[in-house]
Design a binder for this molecule. Structure first.
Ligand code: FA5
Ligand code: MG
Length: 480
C-alpha cells in the first residue's frame, strides 16, 4: 500500500503543477502568461527559493506589505533603489531570480576597504594610476540591473548564444537581467565619451558544478513547464562559482597613437593590452610565470586569456581582447581601436590571501573580517575552527530527463550556502536497463555546527522536491 499512497499524493501535487504556464523560457518576444493560483506543488517549488538565512515571509505577509515598507527595505546601488519586489517576482514566469541572489545585491564587498575584495580592487587601481596617471575613470557603483540590450546586444552576443538562456542568466523579466558581466556597461560608457575606464561590480551567473553544457534549448522546448520552474530554483553548486565581483578595463586609441609604431591599430592595441596585463599580474603576484591562450569572446577579436602558474597549476586570471570595430562604431568611436579585459576578483583574492572557500567572502563572522585591513594585500588567512561536514545520501531511479544540474539546484535552493558538495557515489544499471543513482550531499556551515535536526529537515525537503520534479517530468512525457 505505501507506494500507492505516496504515488497518489505526488500525483495530486503534480496535477496541480500541470496548470503552470507554458511560456517558453527563452522567448523574449512572448508576453508572460498569467499565473494560476498557488498549489501545494507550486509552493514546494517556491520553497526552494528560500534559504535558512532568508526565510519565507509568514503567510499573508506579502498581501499586507505596503509599497512604503518595500521601499524602506530596498537597497540602493548607484542611486537606484532596488526592492525585493523589483527583482524576485514569484508570479512572473519570465523571472528566475531567487531570494538568495536578491540578498547579495547591494552588499558591494568590493567597496569595503578592509575586505579582501576591496583591498584587491584598490591594489589594481594603484597599478592603473601609476601606469596611466590620471587616465582611467573608475566606476564601482553601477546598478547591476541592466537591459538584455546592454548585457547582450550591445556587446554583440549572438541571439542564440547559450549565455542568453534562463539556464545561464538571472532574468528579472524578459527585457531585464542581473548583469552577467561588467562588459554590459561598455557601450553606455563609450557613448558618454569615456576613453579609459575601469568598471567593478557584482555579476550574476547561473553556473553549474562543472562546465559541461547540456542541450538547454531542446529541454526547454520539450518540457517548458518543468524546466521553467526548475530554473527558478537553480543555484550554483560549485562554491567557486557563486556570485562574484568582476572588473572590466577599457582603453581606446586614436590613429595618432599607433601611426608611428609600424603596426596597424589592432596589433598596436593587442601589444599594449598584453603589456598592460602582464604588468598587472606582476604587480599582484610578483615574478610569476604566465602564458597567453587564444580564446573567443563575441565582443573582441583577437581574444585571449591570461593564465599564471600558481602552486603547481595554470590558473586563468582574466579574459581580454581587441574590441570589435562594430562596438566602437555604434558608440561614437569610428576610426578608433580599443582593448578590453575582464577579470574575476574572488579567484585572485582566494589565491592572494589563501582563502579556501568563496563562501567566506560573504561572511560577517568577525573571525574572518578582522583578519584583513586596508592596503594590506596578501595577508594570509588563518582558518578558524572548521566544523565537520555532515553527509546525507539520496538514491533514485533516473530517466532521460534527469540532469545533475537540476538536482543541484534543488539542493542549493533548500540549503543555500550550507551545501558544500553534491557528488555521485553510485551508478547502477539493472538487467532491464533501468539506472539508479546515489548522490552524497555534504552539508557544512563555515561558521557554526549544524544540528542533526536541521540537516535532516533540509534533506527531507530536498528529496521531496526532487521526487516531485522527476515525477512531474514522467507525467509530462506521457501527456498526463
Ligand atoms: C567575461 O566575462 C568577459 N566579459 C571578459 C572580457 C571582458 C573579455 C572584456 C574580453 C573583453 P569570462 O566569463 O571568462 O569572460 O570571465 C572573465 C573572468 O572572470 C575570468 O577570466 C575569471 O577571472 C573570472 N571568472 C569567470 N568565471 C569564473 C568562475 N566561474 N569562477 C571564478 N572566476 C570566474
Ligand atoms: Mg573564461
Amino acid at each position: 500500500m505505501r507506494p500507492l499512497i505516496r504515488t497518489a499524493c505526488l500525483r495530486a501535487r503534480v496535477r496541480a503543477m500541470a496548470t503552470l504556464p507554458t511560456t517558453a523560457a527563452f522567448s523574449s518576444t512572448r508576453a508572460p502568461s498569467p499565473c494560476p493560483s498557488p498549489s501545494r506543488a507550486r509552493r514546494l517549488l517556491f520553497a526552494a527559493r528560500f534559504l535558512p538565512s532568508a526565510p519565507p515571509p509568514p503567510a499573508g505577509a506579502r498581501a499586507f506589505r505596503t509599497s512604503a515598507a518595500a521601499a524602506e527595505a530596498a537597497v540602493e546601488v548607484g542611486g537606484v533603489k532596488i526592492a525585493r519586489e523589483d527583482v524576485v517576482k514569484e508570479d512572473d514566469p519570465t523571472n528566475n531570480v531567487p531570494d538568495t541572489i536578491y540578498s547579495k545585491i547591494g552588499l558591494q564587498l568590493h567597496r569595503r576597504d578592509n575586505h579582501p575584495l576591496g583591498i584587491l580592487k584598490n591594489t589594481i587601481y594603484d597599478y592603473f594610476d601609476k601606469s596611466f596617471p590620471g587616465q582611467f575613470v573608475k566606476f564601482d557603483d553601477l546598478c547591476p540591473l541592466v537591459s538584455t540590450k546592454q548585457n547582450f546586444d550591445d556587446v554583440l552576443v549572438p541571439a542564440d548564444h547559450v549565455s542568453r538562456s534562463y539556464n545561464d542568466t538571472y532574468y528579472v523579466d524578459s527585457q531585464t537581467v542581473l548583469r552577467c558581466h561588467t562588459s554590459a556597461h561598455q557601450a553606455e560608457l563609450l557613448r558618454e565619451g569615456h576613453r579609459h575606464f575601469l568598471v567593478i561590480g557584482d555579476v550574476y551567473r547561473r553556473d553549474s558544478i562543472d562546465s559541461t553544457h547540456y542541450p538547454v534549448f531542446h529541454q526547454v522546448t520539450v518540457f517548458p513547464r518543468l524546466y521553467l520552474n526548475v530554473f527558478k530554483t537553480r543555484y550554483v553548486m560549485n562554491s567557486i562559482d557563486l556570485s562574484r565581483i568582476q572588473m572590466e578595463g577599457f582603453r581606446v586609441f586614436s590613429p595618432d597613437d599607433w601611426s608611428g609604431s609600424g603596426m596597424d591599430g589592432t596589433a598596436y592595441a593587442a601589444t599594449d593590452l598584453k603589456k598592460t596585463l602582464e604588468g598587472l599580474a606582476t604587480h599582484l603576484f610578483g615574478a610569476v610565470e604566465m602564458r597567453w591562450v587564444d580564446t573567443y569572446f563575441p565582443f573582441t577579436n583577437p581574444s585571449f586569456e591570461l593564465e599564471i602558474y600558481f602552486q603547481g597549476d595554470w590558473l586563468e586570471v582574466l579574459g581580454c581582447g581587441v574590441t570589435e570595430q562594430e562596438i566602437l562604431k555604434s558608440n561614437g568611436r569610428t576610426d578608433h581601436v580599443a582593448w578590453a579585459f575582464g577579470l574575476g576578483l574572488e579567484r585572485l583574492a582566494m589565491v592572494l590571501f589563501d582563502i579556501p572557500d568563496i563562501r567566506l567572502f560573504w561572511s560577517n563572522d568577525q573571525r574572518f573580517t578582522s583578519q584583513f585591513s586596508k592596503g594590506k594585500l596578501g595577508v594570509k588567512f588563518k582558518p578558524f575552527s572548521k566544523f565537520p561536514p555532515c553527509y546525507k545520501d539520496m538514491s533514485f531511479w533516473i530517466n532521460d530527463e534527469f540532469t545533475e544540474n537540476n538536482l543541484c539546484e534543488v539542493v542549493r535552493g533548500i540549503a543555500g550556502d550550507l551545501v558544500e558538495e553534491v557528488k555521485l557515489i553510485d551508478n547502477f544499471t539493472n538487467k532491464k536497463g533501468m539506472t539508479s543513482h546515489c548522490y552524497r550531499i555534504a552539508y557544512r556551515s563555515m561558521e557554526r555546527s549544524l544540528t542533526d535536526e536541521e540537516i535532516n529537515d533540509m534533506q527531507v525537503r530536498a528529496t521531496e522536491l526532487h521526487y516531485t520534479m522527476i515525477f512531474k517530468c514522467c507525467l509530462d512525457l506521457i501527456g498526463f
